[in-house]
Design a protein around this ligand. Structure first.
Ligand code: 5GP
Length: 112
């Protein structure tokens, strides 16, 4: 199933891009929940965490390392949060796996 993120990857919908390589795209969230709110997505259409296959392990590892590199470019030296929402109770609204990189303020715990 095609999602809004597939359209962003295809360039059919614009985004404020912060990182791109052959496998990964990162861009500003359209409705930021923190001063820095970046979405990091695989270009491969993976609906969510439950759909991950063993062959995706290296990609997921790279996405985490890229997230940390992006955090560095935004000078989030005080820390940040990397979040994956999964399913209805997890608050997932787009069925294309993505990490939220949130930072730039002190984030409370637990989330609501
Ligand atoms: P989820 O709720 O699935 O964890 O996260 C989806 C995120 O995608 C939300 O934070 C939402 O603001 C963001 N989003 C939805 N549509 C668009 C869009 O067209 N452009 C961008 N940049 N972000 C979007």
């Amino acid at each position: 199933m095609s999602t809004i993120f597939d359209k962003i990857i295809a360039g059919e919908i614009p985004c404020k891009k912060v990182y791109e390589d052959n496998d990964i795209l990162a861009f500003h969230d359209i409705a930021p929940k923190a001063p820095v709110h970046i979405l990091i997505i695989p270009k491969k259409s993976i609906p969510g965490v439950p759909s991950l296959q063993q062959e995706d392990d290296a990609l997921m590892g790279r996405m985490i390392r890229i997230a940390n590199q992006i955090a560095d470019t935004f000078s989030l030296e005080n820390g940040y949060r990397l979040v994956i929402n999964s399913g209805t109770d997890g608050g997932q609204s787009v069925d294309h796996l993505h990490f939220h990189l949130l930072g730039g303020r002190s984030l409370t715990w637990p989330p609501g």
